[in-house]
Ligand binder design. Structure first.
Ligand code: GSH
Length: 212
């Protein structure tokens, strides 16, 4: 299978982490978001949402939306599971993952920042303030939801919430949000990055990341 992704994309990071945890082999095709590759006609024919990731299966089936891709992977490659089997335990994990995926990420997306700049002339410090404001709002809500004791968000192995949180932490560092204010989240990131499969999904380790 082929994953269309961008090294810095947190939604791509989520899917890479799950593919790695489940031991699924895949090739990556870089979609350069800064160059605007996501808006090309060819790419939009595959992913009309003009975002990464897109997963193309070996039979040519195209999957979009990181959480839908993860759901497919979780149903197809059962171990390790990304969600608890019991509905009562699954709900809080999904709630935490969705806090990242639907409350934080959309207002922090590249296209939103581009519009803030283009329509309102936002200066770099204003876009940084915007990014950190929404991440801090979401992280404060998350911090109150998580049952983390000394490691993962809810259980004793990484689940969907851990993956979404860890990916979002990359963006938090990138934009200068101090994670000391969110000790559970900081510990979750540390625990997740100690897992080799998740560490291998980190943006800096992707083939399209700038080589330093
Ligand atoms: N909800 C979608 C969001 C996909 C998305 O927009 N990804 C970002 C990168 S993290 C992107 O491609 N942005 C491109 C843009 O805003 O132009 C998902 O979870 O897959």
């Amino acid at each position: 299978m082929k994953l269309y992704s961008y090294w810095r994309s947190t939604t791509s990071y989520r899917v890479r982490a799950v593919l790695n945890l489940k031991g699924v082999s895949y090739e990556q095709e870089a979609v350069d978001l800064v160059a605007g590759d996501q808006s090309s006609a060819d790419y939009k024919a595959m992913n009309p949402g003009a975002g990464v990731p897109t997963l193309v299966l070996d039979d040519g089936t195209v999957l979009t939306q990181s959480l839908a891709i993860i759901d497919y992977l979780d149903a197809t490659y059962r171990e390790p599971s990304m969600l608890p089997a019991k509905a009562i335990e699954r709900a809080p994990v999904l709630a935490a993952a969705l806090t990242v995926a639907t409350d934080i990420h959309p207002v922090n997306n590249l296209r939103v920042i581009a519009q803030l700049r283009a329509r309102y002339g936002a200066a770099p410090e204003q876009t940084q303030d915007w990014m950190c404001y929404w991440m801090a709002e979401g992280f404060a809500a998350l911090e109150a939801q998580l049952t983390e004791k000394d490691g993962f968000a809810f259980g004793d192995s990484p689940d969907l919430a851990d993956i979404c949180i860890t990916a979002q932490c990359y963006n938090a560092h990138r934009w200068g949000l101090d994670l000391m204010r969110f000790p559970k989240i900081a510990r979750i990131e540390e625990a997740c990055l100690a897992v080799p499969e998740i560490a291998a999904a980190h943006p800096d380790r992707q083939p399209d990341a700038p080589q330093t």
